[in-house]
Design a protein around this ligand. Structure first.
Ligand code: NAD
Ligand code: GLY
Length: 365
């Protein structure tokens, strides 16, 4: 079985991402190889634990760990302080020590929450990310953003806390709903658009094969992780460069919020958002119309949505003003200059309104 490795270079906090089919069976020896011993807690949800929990526990126990499991209910609505508190209760009950690793087994919800528990319990215990959705494999498990939601907003409470290692098993994607796989592919495409034309071309050429979860998906995961690792290694705490990972997200977050959370998967909203950002780039004369055409065609061929829902212009503007990139009331976007190259641009409200009105029937108040 081919092993692919990507390093996130952060000095003495550097870590390796291992991508390998069947790597869950090697979790124990790999965690031991990091110099960790003793008790280990696998944090998951009942669905993912039911599928892969025993496999990971067995491997940890086989490598000499006193491995225990902690589950929290499945779903974004449980990524909150109440469930985090329940995790702390279990960690204390299991007498976890400062050297005891937490293994986050699940999608982005579990990864973010277990990662934040690891960042804060006993002022920080080692965290191993074992992402099981495509989105978490190519995005959330890498880069150290951890946290939970607040009733007033997503991910408002959290910290940057890098894991000690990330283990990615592409085989676990076989049990994942195909809609979730496609939603993850939106983030994969994002990496091509923001940073790597060759990777974008690879995705164009293999778009029909990616959801088949063959060798193409392994390649896509590795190249996505390599791009994210490079960006995080250069700007860990998002003082500049890392914000390019938000390409398509300003429109995407507004779509998620305004169409009611749950109507679109995050990746689907971001897919529409990336088409809109490409279209805005063309409208502002920043790139050739072919950029938008290619981005749209790739999402179409991956079965991802490309057309924005009907939202009044004022609502778009109001929602986008809540974006994290807003500075002194001005809306800033990551816009395309070409496939593989983006830039952060401030867009004047009048320009934005004109663009939104110009989307035909869509966006008219
Ligand atoms: P998720 O964690 O809710 O997983 C989606 C669903 O798939 C869940 O029901 C889950 O139980 C199920 N599942 C997971 N793995 C499975 C498998 N192998 N087989 C079958 N079912 C499986 O959703 P997600 O899309 O992975 O993550 C979304 C979260 O990630 C959001 O909370 C978002 O804020 C966060 N996020 C964080 C970062 C970051 O940098 N930290 C980046 C992007 C997103
Ligand atoms: N998902 C965006 C980031 O990690 O910065």
């Amino acid at each position: 079985m081919k092993t692919r490795k990507v390093v996130v270079a952060l000095g003495d906090r550097s870590y390796e991402i291992t991508i390998k089919r069947g790597v869950l069976d090697e979790a124990g020896p790999l965690v031991k190889g990091l110099g960790l011993t003793g008790r280990a807690a696998v944090i998951s949800n009942p669905l993912v634990f039911g599928l892969y929990g025993e496999q990971v526990l067995k491997s940890l126990k086989g490598a000499g760990f006193d491995a225990v499991s902690i589950t929290v209910p499945d779903g974004e609505e449980h990524k909150n302080l109440k469930e985090l508190s329940a995790i702390y209760d279990s960690l204390i009950a299991h007498k976890m020590e400062r050297s005891s690793p937490i293994v986050a087994l699940g999608g982005g919800v579990i990864g973010d929450m277990a990662g934040f528990a690891a960042a804060t319990f006993l002022r920080g215990v080692p965290c191993i990310q074992v992402p099981t959705t495509l989105l978490s494999q190519v995005d959330s498990s890498v880069g150290g953003k951890t946290g939970v939601n607040h009733p007033l907003g997503k991910n408002l409470i959290g910290s940057f806390y890098q894991p000690k290692a990330v283990f990615i098993d592409p085989d676990v994607l076989k049990t994942l709903d195909k809609r979730e796989v496609r939603a993850g592919l939106a983030e994969v495409v994002k990496y091509g658009v923001i940073r790597d034309k060759g990777f974008f071309e690879f995705l164009e050429n293999s778009s029909g094969k990616l959801t088949g979860l063959g060798p193409e998906i392994e390649e896509a995961i590795e190249r996505s992780c390599a791009i994210k690792a490079d960006v995080v290694g250069k700007d860990e705490t998002e003082t500049g460069l890392r914000s390019m990972l938000n390409f398509g997200h300003t429109f995407g977050h507004a779509i998620e919020a305004l169409s009611g959370y749950g109507s679109f998967r995050h990746g689907e909203a971001v897919s529409i958002g990336m088409v809109m950002a490409s279209s805005l780039s063309v409208a502002l004369g920043l790139c050739a119309p072919s950029v938008e055409t290619r981005v749209k065609a790739l999402f179409n061929s991956l079965g991802l949505p490309v057309d924005p829902p009907l939202i009044p212009v004022d609502k778009w503007i109001e929602s986008m003003k809540l974006d994290k990139k807003v500075k002194e009331g001005k809306i800033r976007f990551i816009l395309t200059e070409d496939i593989g190259r983006v830039a952060l641009r401030e867009v004047r409200e009048e320009e934005l309104r004109a663009f939104l009105r110009g989307l035909g029937a869509v966006g008219k108040a």
